[in-house]
Structure formats: structure tokens, C-alpha cells
Design a protein around this ligand. Structure first.
Ligand code: LIP
Length: 272
């Protein structure tokens, strides 16, 4: 058993344990706090799930590092080094969780030397476990998954999130992008959890997913899952994907990704 095999077994065990908490709490009353603005929400369950995952890994692997949404929310700059680093979103789609909309997931990626080795996205409400290991394909509940292979923009179903920022410049660009894209595609969807949106591309349920303003923890696992499912994950301006850039475009084919990137008005948030 390689080290990564062992890490994979351990994180799957912890993610399933965390999933039981999320499943139990989603339809119960929650105290809700806000972070960067009135619609950037957090609950005690986001914090507890993140602690469970970090404590579980660090007790076995004390030299591993973490970039977790809730442990970084106090605003300190995050740093990605070559050390084995777990990038964790304990509840991606927190607003959905607060409302009881079952489009939420736990998203965890392991990067070693800045290369993603493991990606796990788990929706414990709908029992959808998306997994990928570098070079070994992508799976939903153990069965292989593949992107749609769609290449034509006018046949594409596209996920485009508005995000939680209410910065007027960002809002203007998001609305312009919806107006620019809509006449050229089959449709636009916005379900509120970037990691799951990327898994929907991996599954072939949508053909592309685009968002400006997400963080490393929203996209690190989804990036590997999409690529292992035969899709592409790039920067929305057409260059290589950068997990710290807070920008994502993934698609069923490079042809489709490049067509989308040519239409989009670009937005560059402050990097992670
Ligand atoms: C959410 C993302 C979503 C985005 C929200 C938020 P969180 O992550 O998954 O795509 O539109 O602004 O960033 O905060 O629920 O983990």
C-alpha cells in the first residue's frame, strides 16, 4: 500500500463520518453567522466538520498541512507549499445548508508538491460520493463517470454562479456574462456549490461550470475529478487553472472551454 493509498483510505473514513453530521443537521434549526458580508454564511457545523477532518488527519500525519475554509476565515493569507496539503471545504454550499436545500457537499483535496493526488466531493444528503485519484479516473459511488464530450457552445448547458460578493463591479460583470452567454447556449444553471457544479460536469449532467470569486477549497477537489473524468479545467481567460486564483472554468472539452472563455468578461478577485 503506497502512502497515498493509505491517506485515501483514511480521508474517506473521515469524510463519511463528517457526512453523518451534515445529514443529521441539514433540516434542523441552525444558528447562522456571517463572514465577509451579509450573505456569506457560516454555521457551527461548518466549523465542527472542518475540525473533525483536520484533527483526524493531523493525529495520524502530524507533518501534513491544511488550507481549510473555516480555519482561514479570520482573514490570514493562505500559503500553498510542497508539503502534503489538504484543501478542505467542510460544507460547500453553506447557504443551501442553511435553507435545507440538499445541494451541498464536503470537498477535500490532497496536494503533494502542489500536484493534486486525491479529490473527494461528498453529498451526504443525496448519497453522492465523487472520488478521483491522479491518473486513475473519476467515480460516482464507485462507478466510473465521464464528461459529456460536448464541443458545441449552442448545445451546452452551463453552470454560472453569482457568488456571495455584492461588490457592484463584480455584480455588473456577472450579469453581463449571463446576458452575453444566454443567447449562445442551451441554458444557464446556478445551484450554489462550486465543487458539486464541477462534479456535474464530470458526470456529464452539465457541459461547463464557470465562477469568479470562489476559493481554493471550493475547487481543488473538483478540478481533479473533472480532469479524471476526461474534461478540462482552465482559467476563465483560457490559460492554465490556478487553484489560488479564485477563478474557474471547467468543461467537457477544450473546444467548449475556449469558446466560453472568448465570450466571458473577465473578473480578477484578490488571490487566495
Ligand atoms: C460557495 C461556493 C459557491 C459560491 C458561493 C460560495 P461555500 O462556497 O460553492 O459556488 O457561489 O459564493 O463561495 O461558502 O458555501 O463553501
Amino acid at each position: 500500500m503506497s502512502n497515498v493509498d493509505e491517506y485515501y483510505t483514511e480521508i474517506l473514513r473521515l469524510v463519511k463520518q463528517a457526512g453523518s453530521i451534515v445529514r443529521e443537521k441539514i433540516y434542523q434549526h441552525k444558528d447562522v453567522l456571517t463572514k465577509s458580508c451579509d450573505v456569506d454564511l457560516v454555521t457551527e457545523w461548518d466549523q465542527k466538520v472542518e475540525k473533525l477532518l483536520i484533527d483526524g488527519i493531523s493525529s495520524r500525519y502530524p507533518d501534513h498541512r491544511f488550507i481549510g475554509e473555516e480555519s482561514t476565515s479570520s482573514g490570514q493569507k493562505i500559503e500553498l507549499t510542497n508539503a502534503p496539503t489538504w484543501i478542505i471545504d467542510p460544507i460547500d454550499g453553506t447557504m443551501n445548508f442553511v435553507h435545507g436545500l440538499p445541494y451541498i457537499c464536503i470537498s477535500v483535496a490532497l496536494l503533494i508538491n502542489k500536484i493534486t493526488e486525491i479529490g473527494i466531493v461528498y453529498n451526504p444528503i443525496l448519497e453522492q460520493l465523487f472520488t478521483a485519484r491522479k491518473g486513475q479516473g473519476a467515480f460516482l459511488n464507485g462507478a466510473p463517470i465521464h464528461v459529456s464530450n460536448e464541443k458545441e457552445l449552442h448545445k451546452a448547458l452551463v453552470m454560472l454562479e453569482t457568488g456571495t460578493s455584492r461588490d457592484p463591479e463584480k455584480l455588473k460583470i456577472v450579469l453581463q456574462n449571463i446576458t452575453l452567454l444566454l443567447p449562445h447556449v442551451h441554458g444557464i444553471r446556478s445551484f450554489g456549490a462550486a465543487a458539486l457544479n464541477m462534479c456535474m460536469v464530470a458526470l456529464g449532467g452539465v457541459d461547463a461550470s464557470i465562477e469568479f470569486g470562489i476559493h481554493a477549497w471550493d475547487v481543488a477537489a473538483g478540478d481533479l475529478i473533472v480532469r479524471e473524468a476526461g474534461g478540462v479545467s482552465i482559467d476563465p481567460a483560457g490559460g492554465p487553472f490556478d487553484v489560488m486564483s479564485r477563478r474557474t472554468l471547467c468543461a467537457s472539452s477544450m473546444e467548449l472551454a475556449q469558446q466560453l472563455s472568448k465570450i466571458l468578461i473577465q473578473y480578477y478577485p484578490v488571490r487566495d
